[in-house]
Design a protein around this ligand. Sequence first.
Ligand code: SF4
Length: 348
Amino acid sequence: MRLRDDRIGARGRKGGAGPTDHKAITIGDRTVMVPVYNDASKFSPFEATGPGLDGHAILLRDGAPVAKISYPRQARFYALQTFDGIPYWKIAQLHSHDVLATTVLQNCIRYADRATSCQFCAIGQSLAENRTIAHKTPEQLGEVARAAVLLDGVKHVVLTTGTPNVIDRGAAVLCESAKGIRAAIDIPIQGQCEPPRDHGWFEKLRDAGIDTLGMHLEAVTPEVRARIMPGKATVSLYRYHAAFEAAVRVFGRGQVSTYILAGLGDTAEAILAACETVINLGVYPFVVPFVPVSGTPLADHPAPTPEFMRVILPQIGRMVSRANLRSADIKAGCGRCGACSALASYES
Ligand code: SF4
């Protein structure tokens, strides 16, 4: 989407781990994260005006009005800073309208070398541009989470991390981060990391205060995994499935999820088959359209077509509904938020 004025609404996010270059907009009663800062957005048929006197803006398609939209307001906690002078917005960000999200470790063993890095990821960009800090301490996270709940009504927290090693793969830093937040405020937390080698970490994560766990496949076909995320693909699908099984035993059905990026080369059939496999394990497949992010090797890779998403999302919506794994029942995290995918609209 193109924006007539990008100073309005909640500040968008450029760079960082996972989906980025978005801005939150609300259509009807749903808030969605819409890419506005990447190159592809400049050629979008959609354009959003600034808000009028009633607070609503108009969404135009090829110049014709198609919907009224609004922009979630800027988070109040962004105005605060820690005692040592770090702005809260460098420690965690508001996603959608009620999610506090942060990358607790902004470094990743896979990122420095393009031979191993995930080609869609921009985890190093925001650090290089001084828009975040490398490691958010448990105390800082607790302080910011408390403010975000009290000032902005944040309902749940997403903790993601770069992969610091190939042993716990981020589980240890998620544990200490969750403890820091839980010491400051009672709020549901999702942790996101690669599958740790030792499945005993799942109990430690739960005991640290993490309610739901995301272990993200991103791509599902071995050839696409090896091309798009050569480092992460060394953790086999078999290891992911074994980890899903073990994690579901600890967190419960539907409280473990995986992110799948549609549009990176996996066919519709491959994505649907992967979803079926993880659903049978009790895992929620959060299928999201790939967004090309500026500055990454995939900056010019096309996003999936609307037709492709219209083929897969209704089928996945039916699959998760049949299995009773609905987004609304997830305690915290991306599946519950749903702002990066229309999947929840297809659940019945
Ligand atoms: S779905 Fe996840 S990444 Fe997307 S806005 Fe929500 S919390 Fe953030």
